[in-house]
Design a protein around this ligand. Structure first.
Ligand code: MLT
Length: 203
């Protein structure tokens, strides 16, 4: 997969996953804000929708192609495994930071593959799918940032996602933002504080 890897000087690796129409450059500044000492693996989605990169196909806005989602989730997990060997980062210390479509594939990694992520910062995520029994997510830490007026990722869906992850024993922090689908600087600072409390940084 097309990607950027920047080596850091602690054990954590931030897996950066952009939104629809974005690319591997989009979340680099957010990664720096969250943990400027972590390794960064920033990946471009393998799907093109009218020229816009995404991480999996959709049938229409908000309706996902579940077969493709399953395939792409596995593909991304295998890519992270391979890169961890190639670049020498710790596979069990990967924390995803995803926005919108990127948050949805990060959510899908949590739903589909046990131990694929140590944690995740999900910015404007949806429920990736409803047809899977989630693995035991005991020990996984998840920050959800949801917009109160987000028409793409409606409020009820954020609550549903929070419930599903909690039922699977993840530790979830649901952060409500007075915003729509666009991110605010303030919520990224809240995400950074949550990260600092949950993922000790050893520089
Ligand atoms: C998706 O397709 O993943 C969601 O609708 C969010 C987005 O618009 O990318």
């Amino acid at each position: 997969m097309i990607h950027i890897y920047n080596k850091g000087n602690n054990d954590n690796t931030l897996l950066l996953l952009h939104g629809t129409g974005g690319n591997e450059n989009d979340l680099l500044d957010i990664g720096k804000l969250i943990d400027s000492n972590a390794n960064v693996l920033s990946v471009r989605g393998n799907i093109l929708e009218n020229g816009m990169p995404r991480f999996f196909k959709r049938l229409k806005e908000g309706v996902f192609d579940l077969d493709d989602l399953e395939f792409r989730t596995k593909e991304l997990n295998e890519f992270v495994e391979k890169m961890s060997k190639e670049y020498g980062f710790k596979r069990d210390k990967v924390i995803a930071i995803g926005y919108s479509n990127g948050a949805n594939i990060a959510g899908s990694l949590l739903f589909q593959i046990a131990n694929s992520l140590a944690g995740a910062i999900l910015l404007r995520p949806m429920v990736p799918r409803r047809d899977f029994k989630l693995p035991n997510l005991d020990g996984s830490k998840v920050f959800i940032s949801a917009g109160l007026y987000d028409s793409i990722c409606p409020k009820d869906e954020s609550i549903e996602l929070d419930n599903l992850l909690r039922k699977a024993k993840a530790e979830v922090h649901l952060n409500w933002v007075d915003a729509n689908h666009r991110l605010t600087y303030n919520e990224l600072e809240v995400a950074r504080d949550w990260y600092n409390n949950n993922f000790k940084k050893e520089s």
